[in-house]
Write a protein that binds this ligand. Structure first.
Ligand code: ZN
Length: 180
């Protein structure tokens, strides 16, 4: 099981370093371990046994490694599963239109709840190397997928979701933003 660092640790506020490609064994092993952690966090028996919070995304700084590596793992409505194991993900374009999760965002590194809406571009294009498919890929993500990707990429830049919450109008909706 990986140890998850919480937001009191300075590594969560550092800008993480790019990793060399092709990936070293150490970096590939870390991506596999992060994927395993996310998968096991959603298994009720294992989650109970190891006291894991279920997660849909994880960035290397959250496990104490300041490198640009992220993993996403979650089931989709159509019974497929999203799994990305990304090195050096980079947002190459984003929409003006925004989206937000109606219930706000959460984070494995943030133990207490921060009430408030987080507005992010609704569509993004991300370039990365993906270890799951072992290819350079371009991901076109929209809505929930785009939000999770941006949340994880934020971790590589030392940003946490509640940094985006406007403290004066934490629950104010924006008319044109897509509610998810
Ligand atoms: Zn997070």
């Amino acid at each position: 099981m990986l140890k998850i660092y919480d937001d009191t640790h300075p590594i969560l506020r550092k800008v993480a370093s790019e990793v060399p490609l092709p990936l070293s064994k150490e970096d590939s092993d870390l991506l596999f371990a992060m994927a395993k952690h996310l998968i096991e966090s959603k298994d009720p028996d294992l989650a109970k046994k190891y006291n894991l919070r279920p997660g849909v995304g994880l960035a290397a700084p959250q496990v104490g490694v300041s490198k640009r590596l992220i993993v996403l793992h979650y089931p989709n409505d159509d019974d497929t599963t999203t799994l990305y194991m990304l090195a050096n993900p980079k947002i190459i374009s984003q929409s003006v239109r925004e989206a937000y999760l109606e219930d706000g965002e959460g984070c494995l590194s943030v133990p207490e709840d921060h009430a408030g809406l987080v507005f992010r571009p609704n569509r993004i294009k991300v370039k990365a190397f993906d270890l799951h498919t072992n290819k350079d890929i371009v991901i076109r993500a929209e809505g929930y997928d785009a939000i999770v990707l941006q949340h994880e990429i934020d971790h590589l830049n030392g940003v946490l979701y509640y940094d985006h919450i406007n403290p004066l109008q934490a629950l104010a909706r924006k008319q044109k933003a897509v509610k998810i």
